[in-house]
Design a protein around this ligand. Structure first.
Ligand SMILES: Cc1cc2nc3c(=O)[nH]c(=O)nc-3n(C[C@H](O)[C@H](O)[C@H](O)COP(=O)(O)OP(=O)(O)OC[C@H]3O[C@@H](n4cnc5c(N)ncnc54)[C@H](O)[C@@H]3O)c2cc1C
Length: 413
């Protein structure tokens, strides 16, 4: 393979998979990730295997992250953003990196900083053991960043890995090609009449994923007790004419049903109801899975109108029961909202930087090809182009890798 340098913007599954594909071709790759940790949304997902693997893809993300972390051809810049790009023969990319408050090469993950920090959320840790760095400072919650009133973590760190008065760094990088893998934005359900962010026991399925990954079981957020009844509500922010979000997010039905089944396998005493418009089933194995899940989960073909909170923080869900032709008011202990995949606001920055074109839904046009940009050598991968599963994201990253390889071969003559 010809020589070449590629910059990838976004370190989710798309960016990580593209990086590995390019590194395997012998190319030098830099990943720029705006957050503290690599892995994007999917690194928070729990493995949903019950008695067998249900092909949710969560382990694939961990595996990809591990391979990226160990690959000497791939350099990672976390907490970094592209601030400017110019193109002559190659791209000249100006990067801005926030201070590295915790040196990942010195940190041994001993946990002393977490034990002593008086501020909730000031220290955060990655979702995977393969995250490098594994611990980071959240500037918004850290008192040192506000008024320099506390530096306990720096004082007690046995490895002297913490330096709270670090400086931002500006870097310039030259690349032959760029892959935009800035991903998606989960729909914010605050505008829906479900009490999200007002009622503690209404959570999103992304939060439920995180809970199952960290705790293995479901607990009611308001009091950490085991819920007796959970309702899943599908299509929150998808297929919604009022929001002008007419697209199906494609992954939510399968993902929520797998979560429901995982909960039933670990906490069989919990009753689960599943409110849906129609179930989008994909893949050969999913039909058999869906048949089995219907024996364990109560399926209700209706999307509830509203939710009210009772005095004991339980939730009254109002819905139309088509089987009985009546409106029902039923009490649940917890509600999980299946929020949809929406275009990331980061795409607007990509429009400014690269003259990226968006389609009428606000996602980028397709993956892999250069013709959608006025600047040749720029490609997209993953959910920046629209809703897709982890497997589809990996496939779209391969398309981008193929397009980059073709470009570099042409350049080399
Ligand atoms: C509720 C829910 C459940 C799901 N469940 C499943 C499932 O069970 N199975 C499945 O196959 N799929 C599932 N999916 C889909 C899955 O999440 C996606 O396929 C996958 O996360 C897409 O990866 P990505 O890299 O395209 O995007 P993302 O995961 O969004 O990653 C994008 C990355 O880019 C970074 N970034 C963004 N902008 C910038 C910038 N300007 N500079 C630097 N970095 C930037 C972000 O911080 C992020 O790390 C689910 C999705 C949702 C919403």
């Amino acid at each position: 393979m010809a020589d070449g340098k590629v910059l990838i913007i976004g370190g989710g599954v798309a960016g990580l998979s593209a990086a590995l594909g390019l590194a395997r071709l012998g190319l030098e790759v830099q990943i720029v990730e705006k957050k503290s940790f690599l892995g994007g949304h999917a690194i928070r997902f729990s493995c949903k295997a019950t008695d067998r693997c249900v092909k949710c893809g969560a382990c694939r993300v961990e595996e990809t992250l591990k391979n990226v972390t160990n690959n000497p051809k791939i350099k990672v810049w976390t907490e970094t953003r592209v601030i400017n790009v110019s193109k002559a023969n190659t791209f000249t990319i100006h990067l801005s990196k926030r201070p590295e408050y915790i040196n990942p090469r010195k940190c041994t993950r001993c946990g002393a900083c977490f034990d002593q920090c008086p501020e909730s959320g000031a220290l955060i840790q990655g979702y995977s053991k393969y995250n490098f760095p594994f611990v980071a400072i959240c500037e918004e919650n850290c008192s040192f960043m506000q008024d320099r009133s506390c530096c306990i973590c720096q004082e007690i760190c046995p490895e002297a890995a913490i330096q709270l008065d670090g400086n931002s760094q500006q870097k310039v990088y030259l690349a032959d090609a760029i892959i935009i893998a800035t991903g998606f934005q989960p729909f914010n359900p605050e505008s829906k009449p479900y009490g999200y962010n007002s009622f503690p026991n209404v959570i999103t399925n992304l939060q439920l994923e995180e809970m199952l990954k960290r705790e293995s079981i479901v607990l009611r957020p308001s009091d950490n007790t085991i819920p007796k009844k959970i309702a899943f509500i599908q299509c929150v922010g998808s297929r919604d004419a009022k929001l002008n979000h007419l697209w199906c997010s494609k992954v939510c039905c399968a993902s929520a049903l797998r979560l429901a089944r995982l909960i039933k396998s670990r906490q069989p005493e919990i009753e689960i109801s599943f409110f849906y418009i129609d179930v989008q089933t994909f893949g050969r194995d999913f039909q058999a899975f869906y048949a089995a899940v219907q024996n364990e989960v109560r399926m209700i073909r209706n999307i509830p109108g509203d939710i009210y909170q009772t005095e004991d923080k339980r939730l009254q869900v109002n819905f139309y029961d088509a089987a009985l032709s009546i409106t029902q008011e039923e009490i649940f202990d917890m509600v999980a909202l299946s929020i949809g995949i929406t275009p990331s606001s980061e795409l607007n920055k990509m429009v400014e930087l690269f003259e990226l074109r968006l389609d009428e839904t606000g996602f980028a046009f397709g993956s892999g090809e250069a013709q959608w940009f006025s600047v040749p050598g720029v490609y997209t991968a993953g959910t920046a182009s629209g809703p897709m599963s982890i497997a589809e994201t990996v496939a779209s990253a391969s398309q981008a890798v193929t397009a980059v390889a073709k470009l570099l071969r042409q350049k080399a003559g």
